[in-house]
Design a protein. Structure first.
Length: 210
């Protein structure tokens, strides 16, 4: 089994709960091939006109700029990582109600018609990643699971809508740690309980692999 862990927080685990979730998950895997795609460590230029210029030059054989070459290489690397994975694990925080910018860039690289989805003859979107599974590991300091706050949460919700709804991956586990910043007196217990669930998610994968 090939596991791809998309790590989307470059803060140390001592300061960031989603980094702690990543380390806990990695430390409890056994019997699987695992690789990390660290979106903060990779060279990942933002998608814009430069990418479309690169596509055009690729077709015409025209010489590309360094930025255009970097964009094509980065996009291909992200797509190759996704292709090779049986299970994709996303470890990320909620920052300012949404996902970190480098994680958005990773999604932009792989969100491609003909790769993660396609359109049929009626113009309906068809999922192309139904053979893959996904795990969501998300941390948020506030409480967003209430009916009042849930509509504002655009981090875990966004990733699930994309990888589950558009790409078609089966989301087999979801661990959300929330409220540790809003309720500092309970933070230690909240985080400890969440990390136990992260361990269970990793051990479930390990059991399947064995």
């Amino acid at each position: 089994m090939n596991i791809l862990v998309v790590k989307a927080n470059n803060r140390p685990a001592s300061d960031a709960v989603s980094s702690k979730m990543y380390e806990t998950f990695m430390g409890n895997l056994e019997g699987v091939n695992v690789s990390t795609f660290d979106v903060f460590a990779e060279d990942m230029p933002y998608i814009g006109q430069d990418l479309f210029n690169a596509f055009g030059k690729l077709e015409s054989g025209e010489e590309m700029t360094d930025l255009e070459k970097r964009l094509l290489a980065a996009k291909q690397k992200a797509m190759d990582a996704l292709t090779a994975a049986d299970v994709v694990v996303f470890a990320f925080p909620l920052w300012n109600l949404t996902i970190p910018a480098p994680l958005q860039t990773f999604i932009d690289y792989v969100y491609q018609a003909g790769f993660t989805f396609k359109y049929d003859e009626n113009g309906q979107a068809v999922q192309l990643m139904t053979h893959k599974k996904a795990i969501i590991l998300n941390a948020r300091g506030g409480v967003y699971s209430t009916p009042e706050a849930a509509p504002m949460e655009m981090s875990a919700t966004y990733i699930k809508n994309v990888v589950g709804g558009v790409f078609g991956m089966e989301i087999v586990d979801e661990v959300i740690i929330e409220g540790h910043a809003a309720m500092p007196a309970q933070a230690e217990a909240i985080i400890a309980e969440g990390l136990e669930k992260v361990k269970e998610a990793a051990k479930k994968l390990s059991a399947v692999a064995v």
